[in-house]
Each structure stands twice: as C-alpha cells, then as structure tokens.
Design a protein around this ligand. Structure first.
Ligand SMILES: Nc1ncnc2c1ncn2[C@@H]1O[C@H](COP(=O)(O)OP(=O)(O)OP(=O)(O)O)[C@@H](O)[C@H]1O
Ligand SMILES: [Mg+2]
Length: 265
C-alpha cells in the first residue's frame, strides 16, 4: 500500500472540522523562463497542523512557500489563506547586524505600529521563550548560528502568527543544534498550535516536527505522498530513537525514493 493511501482518510476527517489556514487548489507555477516548477498542487494546512514538505532539490519547495506568502503569484489555480497573520522564517536568519537581539525582535512590532511598551514587553517575553534570556543587548555578530536562528524565530513569533512558513530554517546548522531547535519548535507548536508549513531536506526532522509529511516529486513538483504522523505532542527528544519513529521515517523515505508519480498513485 502507498503512503498516501494510508494517510488520506484521517487528514480528510480533520479538514472538515477546523478552518484552513492555507489551501492550494490546483496550483501550478511556470516562470517566465518557461520552467514549470509546480504542477497542479492540492494541499490544505489547517489550524493546528504542522505540515512538512520534503522533495528533491529544485522540485519547487521554496516556490510553494513563496506562493503561500504572497511573494509570488500562481500561474494556474488558487492559493487561499485564512484570516490569519503570516510569518516567514528563511534559511538565513536575515538579522540587522547593527541592532541588538532585542532591537531585531522589536523591529517587527515597530513595523506593525505596536505601542512601544507593548512591543518591548512582548519581545522580552518571546526572547525568553526561545532561550535567549541574558542576550538581549548583544548584536547578531556576537551570537552563534543557532542563537541567530533563535532570534529569527523570536522575531517571527512576535506578532503571534496563525500561519508559520519555514524554508529550511535549520539547514545551515550542525546536527545537534538542529535537533535542539527542533525540540524547541515542536514545544512552541504544542503550546501555540499555529498552522505550520515547513520545508526541509531532513526526513527525520520532518517526521519529528510534523502532524503530516508531504512528499514531492522531482520537477515539475507534484505531491506524491501525504503521510500522517501519529505521535502526540509534546514529543520527547528520545522519540527519535524508537522503532515507531524509524518506521515513519522509513515510510517517508520510501515515498521519496519512489518519487516517480506512477508508482505512488
Ligand atoms: N525566479 C525564478 N525564475 C525562474 N526559475 C525559477 C525561479 N525561482 C525558481 N526557479 C526554478 O524553479 C524550480 C524550483 O525552484 P525552487 O527554488 O522552488 O526549488 P526547491 O525545491 O526549493 O530546491 P532546493 O531544495 O534546492 O531549495 C527550479 O528549477 C528553479 O530553477
Ligand atoms: Mg528551496
């Protein structure tokens, strides 16, 4: 049986009971160069779902996220976002080097015109939440790569987004830091239950974080599997070493290997 056949019924049931934060309806994207990056994507992310996307390099994952954020427009189909705030976390932390940690996090509140005292109070609380208490007055150049990524996460959290878009946020980090941030991100998801769309090259990271893992084919990107991940939140770091976890990563990896769509549908 294919991974998608296992996964679809439970997902469909969840969809009927909660509003969608994000929906792709038959979405295709062809660039002006002629490249067809995405072909007929149907994908729904509901509030309280954390969906990871894995697929070969160049299959259209970043394109999918840019469409979701409105940075780019579909050439066919529709991208529908719910009435929620959207935050985008890039692979590069993209911090302002001359601003302190606090200044970088507060910037989003400044742009959203939050009153000064409110944005200061929120920024300090969120900096603590991502484990950076004591580093508020330091500048990005004085932080490690993992700490800079925490600042980037804090900045994205400031406005309490309903939809969180992540494009390989931990891709440049060493494995231990990456796992620690993964532990923290699923804790955040557990406590806030935003809708998440997370791009990664790591099958283990996708399975650890997500309620569902979507597998894409090589370009033009199509969805070839949609795998429900059954573990409860909060997830302990030890989950990664259980046979059940290995089984789920096996299902996703097998779908990735068989990414020719004819074999999976
Ligand atoms: N602005 C653009 N103009 C033309 N082609 C583009 C543009 N952006 C992306 N593409 C093409 O669309 C395809 C998908 O690119 P995309 O960046 O979405 O892939 P990806 O899955 O994120 O890859 P990676 O895993 O390497 O990050 C690629 O063939 C790429 O060359
Ligand atoms: Mg990409």
């Amino acid at each position: 049986m294919s991974a998608s056949a296992e996964a679809v019924p439970a997902t469909a049931a969840a969809r009927s009971t909660s509003p969608s934060a994000l929906r792709f309806e038959g979405v295709s994207k062809r660039f002006s160069t002629g490249t067809l990056a995405l072909d007929a994507i149907d994908l729904t992310v509901d509030a309280g779902e954390f969906v990871s996307v894995v697929g070969p390099s160049g299959c259209g994952k970043s394109t999918l996220l840019r469409l979701a954020s409105g940075l780019s427009q579909a050439t066919a189909g529709a991208v529908v976002t719910g009435d929620v705030r959207v935050s985008y976390v890039f692979q590069d932390p993209t911090l302002l080097p001359w601003r302190t940690v606090l200044g970088n996090v507060e910037l989003v509140g400044e742009l959203a015109k939050l009153p000064r005292s409110e944005r200061r109070e929120k920024a300090l609380r969120i900096i603590k939440l991502v484990g950076l208490e004591g580093f508020e007055r330091q500048r990005p150049g004085q932080l490690s790569g993992g700490m800079q990524m925490r600042v980037s996460l804090a900045r994205a959290l400031l406005l309490d987004p309903g939809l969180f878009l992540f494009d390989e946020p931990f891709g440049a980090l060493d494995e231990m830091t990456r796992e620690r941030l993964g532990d923290e991100l699923q804790q955040l998801f557990h406590s806030r239950r935003f809708a998440g769309l997370f791009i990664t090259h790591s099958v283990a990271e996708a399975v650890f974080l997500s309620t569902r893992v979507v597998v894409m084919s090589a370009r033009p990107g199509q969805i070839v599997a949609d795998v429900e991940i059954p573990f409860d939140y909060p997830r302990s770091t030890e989950l990664r070493f259980t046979p059940e976890f290995a089984k789920m990563t096996g299902v996703v990896s097998a779908a990735l290997r068989r990414k020719g769509k004819g074999e999976l549908t």
